[in-house]
Design a protein around this ligand. Structure first.
Ligand code: FRU
Length: 512
C-alpha cells in the first residue's frame, strides 16, 4: 500500500465513525428524551435489575419489553457504564423461556465460586430473578412465580440458564418475587430478600443454588396500600460508625403522593431475622417517579458507597406518558448515607459525584432578596442544575421556592410551605395531564425545618426534575411534559421576604 492509499483508508475510517456517532446522537435527542438519565433506545422499560459492578463496568439490567412501548412479556435489557453517567446499550441479556417471563431480580459476582459455575479461576456473574409463568397464571393457579438463576462467564454479555431451575419453587403464593441477593460478609453466607404479598422473606444459602427460609418481616409495619415489591437489604454505618441494616421495600399503590413508592426501614439483622423499632414507613423519595429502586452489588470496598437507582415512573400512568419511541427511564444514580437525628435514623440520597463531569458552564448569581417573584435566569437550556440556599426563612414568609416555566403558561413550582410544614412539587400546570388525573398534582413531603435556612439542589432534564433538599435528606423525583421546553427560572416568596445566597447554575452536557 502506498502512502495515498493508507491516508484514504484512515480518512474513510474517520468519516465512518463520525457518521455513526452523529446518527446515534440524533437518535437520543427527541423532545422528551432524558439527556442525563438512562433510557433504552426504544420500547418499554420498567424496574432496574441485576445492578452489579464488575471489572470496571457498572451493569444496569432492566425490565424490558423489546416489542412494544407498553409492558408485556418481560426480558432483561442491558447497559454498562464506566462511571454511572455514560451508558452503552447492549443487546437483550436474558430472554423468557418455557419456565416463564423474566421478572425483576438481582446479580452478584460469585467470587469464591460457591456455585461451581465459574471457570478457569474466573468468577461467574450470577443473576437470580423471578420467572413469571403466564400459562400457569391463566390456568388460575397460585404458584406461577418462582426464582430462577442464570450465569455469565463473559461480563454479562451472554447468559446460560441453570439447568435445574427453579432454585426457589413457589409454595402456593401468588405474589412471590423480586429476589435481591447479596453476600453477607458479617454472617458469611448468601442472603436473599424476597417480596411476598404484604411482607418480605429472608432466605439464606451457601451456594446460591439451594435456599433455606430464615424469617418474615413487615406484615404489620410500614405502608400497605398495595402489594410489596422489589426489596433490598444491606448493612450501613451510622454517623458514629455503628453498624445498622437497611431494608428497602417498594409498595404499589401506597406511596405518600399516590401510586408507586419506595419505603425503607432501619434496624438490625443477625443473619436470620431483621428487626426494627420503626413502626411507620420512611420514604426514599416523595416525588411521584421513583419506584422499584435497589442498590448495586459488588461496588469495590475501596469505593465504599451504597449506590441506588430507581425506575423514574409510576404505575398509575406509566403506560400513558407521552415520551415517544421509548417509555421509561432510570432516576439519577444516588449514593446513600445513614444520618441520625434525635436518636432516629434517616437516609440521605446524594446525586453521585460523577455527575459533576457533565458540568459545561457554571454561572454564579449574587445573593438577592426575593419578595413576590424575582427572575433568576432567562433562556435556560436543559439539562441543568441549580443550587441555592434560602436564608431568613424564620420570618413572616409563608411559602418560597422556584418556578420553572415557558411562554405557554406551563410551569412546575418547587419549594417549602411553612404553613403545611412540607416541601412540595406542584406539577398541576406542567403541560400534561394523565388520563386518570393522578400525574398533574401537588406532591408534599412533611418536614420540619430546624434552622433559619435551607439548601436546595435541583437537577433538571428535558422531562424530569430531581430535588435534593436540606443536605439531601428530602428528595422528590418528578416527570413533567411541557408542550415547549421550559425557558426561564424565577424565585418566589409569599407574604414575606427571603434572601437567596450561594446561587449556582450549571448547564450540563448530554450523556449520549
Ligand atoms: C415492579 C414489578 C415487579 C415485577 C416487575 C414486572 O414494578 O411489578 O414486582 O417483578 O415489575 O415487570
Amino acid at each position: 500500500m502506498n502512502i495515498k492509499v493508507i491516508a484514504l483508508f484512515i480518512l474513510s475510517i474517520g468519516m465512518y465513525s463520525c457518521t455513526k456517532k452523529n446518527s446515534e446522537t440524533r437518535k437520543m435527542d427527541e423532545k422528551y428524551r432524558p439527556q442525563i438519565h438512562f433510557t433504552p433506545e426504544a420500547k418499554w422499560m420498567n424496574d432496574p435489575n441485576g445492578m452489579v459492578y464488575f471489572e470496571g463496568e457498572y451493569h444496569l439490567f432492566y425490565q424490558y419489553y423489546p416489542d412494544s412501548t407498553v409492558w408485556g412479556p418481560m426480558h432483561w435489557g442491558h447497559a454498562v457504564s464506566p462511571d454511572l453517567v455514560h451508558w452503552e446499550h447492549l443487546p437483550v441479556a436474558i430472554y423468557p423461556d418455557s419456565l416463564g417471563w423474566i421478572f425483576s431480580g438481582s446479580a452478584v459476582i460469585d467470587w469464591n465460586n460457591t456455585t461451581k459455575l465459574g471457570k478457569d479461576g474466573k468468577p461467574a456473574m450470577i443473576a437470580i430473578y423471578t420467572y413469571h409463568n403466564s400459562v400457569l397464571e391463566k390456568e388460575g393457579r397460585n404458584d406461577f412465580q418462582y426464582q430462577g438463576l442464570a450465569y455469565s462467564l463473559d461480563k454479562g454479555r451472554t447468559w446460560t440458564k441453570y439447568e435445574k431451575n427453579p432454585v426457589l419453587p413457589n409454595p402456593g403464593i401468588r405474589d412471590f418475587r423480586d429476589p435481591k441477593v447479596s453476600w453477607d460478609e458479617e454472617h458469611k453466607k448468601w442472603i436473599m430478600i424476597l417480596a411476598v404479598v404484604d411482607h418480605t422473606e429472608i432466605y439464606s444459602s451457601d451456594d446460591l443454588l439451594s435456599w433455606k427460609k430464615e424469617s418474615e418481616f413487615g406484615k404489620n409495619l410500614g405502608a400497605h396500600g398495595g402489594v410489596w415489591e422489589c426489596p433490598d437489604l444491606f448493612p450501613m454505618k451510622d454517623p458514629d460508625g455503628q453498624s445498622k441494616w437497611v431494608m428497602l421495600v417498594s409498595v404499589n399503590p401506597g406511596a405518600p403522593n399516590g401510586g408507586s413508592g419506595t419505603q425503607y426501614f432501619v434496624g438490625d439483622f443477625d443473619g436470620h431475622t431483621f428487626v426494627t423499632t420503626q413502626k411507620d414507613a420512611k420514604w426514599m423519595d416523595y416525588g411521584k417517579d421513583n419506584y422499584a429502586g435497589v442498590t448495586w452489588s459488588d461496588v469495590p470496598k475501596s469505593d465504599g458507597r451504597r449506590l441506588f437507582l430507581g425506575w423514574m415512573n409510576n404505575w398509575q400512568y406509566a403506560r400513558d406518558i407521552p415520551t415517544g419511541i421509548w417509555r421509561g427511564a432510570g432516576t439519577l444514580p444516588r449514593s446513600l448515607d445513614l444520618v441520625s437525628e434525635n436518636g432516629d435514623y434517616f437516609i440521605a440520597s446524594h446525586p453521585v459525584a460523577e455527575l459533576e463531569k457533565l458540568i459545561e458552564n457554571t454561572e454564579e448569581i449574587a445573593p438577592l432578596e426575593v419578595k413576590g417573584i424575582s427572575p433568576l435566569k432567562k433562556d435556560i437550556k436543559l439539562p441543568m442544575t441549580i443550587n441555592l440556599t434560602y436564608n431568613n426563612i424564620s420570618g413572616n414568609v409563608e411559602n418560597f421556592g422556584l418556578i420553572l416555566s415557558n411562554d405557554n403558561n406551563e410551569q412546575v413550582k418547587i419549594g417549602y410551605d411553612k404553613i403545611k410544614k412540607a416541601f412540595f412539587v406542584d406539577n398541576t400546570l406542567n403541560g400534561w395531564q394523565s388520563p386518570n388525573k393522578d400525574f398533574a398534582i401537588i406532591s408534599y413531603a412533611p418536614y420540619v425545618l430546624k434552622t433559619g435556612k435551607v439548601n436546595l439542589r435541583l437537577f433538571l432534564d428535558r422531562s424530569s426534575l430531581e430535588l435534593f433538599a436540606d443536605d439531601d435528606k428530602v428528595v422528590f423525583t418528578n416527570q413533567f411534559f411541557s408542550s415547549e421546553q421550559y425557558s426561564k427560572i424565577e424565585a418566589f416568596s409569599q407574604n414575606g421576604e427571603v434572601k437567596l445566597s450561594d446561587i449556582k447554575i450549571n448547564t450540563l452536557k448530554r450523556i449520549w
